[in-house]
Design a protein. Structure first.
Length: 479
């Protein structure tokens, strides 16, 4: 499709939204290296501090689809400003919190606000871009997703090194405030406002559907985040997942039949080419991918005695590799389709295998010589997964549902991330109690490889059933 009628400022608008998306996704991992600092600074228990990490992920996952649907209904600009206001207020509250309870509450609000912000990225891309330009835009978004995960520990370790162990963790959150205020001004001035006659009325928003989906996601994520802290009782909530999931699907399908406005048109999974397989690939990939950073960071610090900053720097080559392949994969996905995802997951798995084999076998003095190139290789693969998968998954989704569909896709990623982190750390800790740290690292990374193999199988199946990219339909043109 040509650029006739395209918004002239679309690339600048995308740049603003990606800065905000980076800030929201960065806070998923940046706090990992600050857990000891928070615990000592507030004099609280490890279980309480665990909720500083888990609470953010939980609230984030709960609000993604609803945030996307609200953006579809009222416009990206409105939801970005509301989400930013909540995110900045919560960041300031966490940074200035007098007790651990206030930190946890602030992180819950911060995560919920991030859930309102993040789906607007995919929604903006759906509305403002077409054809190969859309693939390039998703390539840039995939780059943001990849490097935010990898650079979070580096930035967190650097901030703590500069401001000290006792109060350094506070600046991890306070640094969001000036960046976010500048971003709010940029959103106000650059992101176009939805015309009033194109906004949906509040009565049409599916609040009951949002509640059912929220309960379903809660029943998945709450046992996961509690398992990380050693609490297994909430696992019984997993039994309720099929019940509430079925109720949600039934309600949404009924709304579509009656001509209503569903939170998410679940028929997209059936009738939209590539969407269901894209959700499966993304969820499985993030389940296997997320634990890679967590267990390596713990292994580097606890077993090899490196600092939080050094551990973050050892993971940084992943971000460098992703920075190379994420935009490149966005350019070639229109021609190569699912083959890009298959190749990228294969390369990442090769990198993880080399990390598992070589890193535990090397002495600390030579760690950099071994860890940097193999982590870089894993990053080269990782950078080519997220953006092509999002491009192909949302390719035929109407822009009017782009925010909700993108939110559902990212909800799968958040669920996968939470499960993957909990599973990897559980395997690592259980194995560590019986063998040495190197064997525990191999066991945890091996678990991740099994999940990545499942993602690869899903990508291969999708590639066999895929078809060439289609031209977006004119009736769904962006407002």
């Amino acid at each position: 499709m040509d650029d006739e009628g395209a918004h002239p400022e679309r690339w600048r608008i995308l740049a603003v939204s990606l800065v905000i998306g980076f800030m929201a996704l960065l806070d998923v991992t940046i706090v990992n290296v600050a857990i000891p600092s928070i615990q000592s600074g507030l004099g609280t228990s490890a279980a309480t501090v665990q909720w500083v990490v888990s609470g953010y992920a939980l609230a984030f996952g709960l609000t993604l689809v609803t945030g996307g649907r609200l953006g579809d209904a009222y416009g990206r600009r409105t939801m970005m400003l509301i989400g930013l206001a909540g995110f900045l207020a919560a960041s300031a509250g966490v940074g200035l919190a007098p007790t651990a309870i206030w930190v946890v509450v602030g992180r819950l609000v911060q995560g919920a606000s991030a859930g309102l912000l993040t789906p607007q990225n995919s929604g903006i891309i759906q509305e403002l871009f077409r054809g190969r330009e859309r693939a390039r835009a998703f390539g840039m978004f995939g780059l943001v997703v990849s490097i935010s995960s990898a650079t979070g520990p580096v930035l967190g370790g650097l901030i703590i090194a500069v401001f000290g162990e006792e109060h350094g963790w506070r600046y991890i959150f306070l640094v969001n405030v000036p960046i976010g205020l500048v971003a709010m001004v940029a959103v106000w001035r650059m992101v176009p406002q939805r015309p009033r006659d194109q906004r949906e009325t509040g009565a049409r928003l599916d609040l009951a559907g949002a509640a059912l989906l929220g309960i379903t996601v809660l029943c998945i994520l709450l046992p996961t985040v509690n398992a990380e802290g050693g609490h297994l009782l909430p696992l019984v909530l997993l039994l309720a997942v099929p019940v509430f999931g079925w109720l949600f699907v039934r309600r949404e399908a009924g709304l579509v039949r009656r001509g209503g406005a569903p939170l998410l048109d679940v028929g997209l999974l059936r009738r939209t080419p590539g969407y269901a397989s894209g959700v499966a690939v993304g969820t499985l990939y993030f389940t296997g991918f997320t634990g890679f950073f967590l267990v390596l960071s713990v292994y580097y610090q606890d077993e090899l005695g490196v600092s939080a900053l050094q551990a973050g720097l050892l993971l940084c080559p992943f971000a460098v590799g992703s920075a190379i392949t994420a935009p490149l994969s966005g350019r070639v996905v229109s021609d190569l389709h699912r083959r890009v995802t298959v190749a990228a997951i294969s390369v990442m798995m090769a990198g993880v295998v080399l990390v598992a084999v070589l890193v535990p076998a090397v002495v600390t003095d030579r760690l950099w010589l071994v860890a940097v190139p193999v982590t870089f290789l894993a990053g080269l693969g990782g950078g080519g997964v997220v953006s092509p998968n999002m491009t192909l998954s949302l390719e035929d989704v109407p822009p009017r549902m782009g925010g909700a569909a993108g939110g559902a896709l990212q909800t799968g990623q958040r669920i996968g991330s939470s499960i993957g982190a909990a599973l990897s750390m559980t395997v690592y800790q259980l194995t560590l109690s019986a063998v040495d740290g190197g064997a525990a690292l191999r066991a945890a990374l091996g678990t991740g490889l099994v999940l990545l193999a499942a993602a690869l199988a899903a990508a291969v199946a999708a590639a066999r059933g895929s078809r060439p990219a289609s031209t977006p339909q004119p009736q769904d043109a962006a407002p």
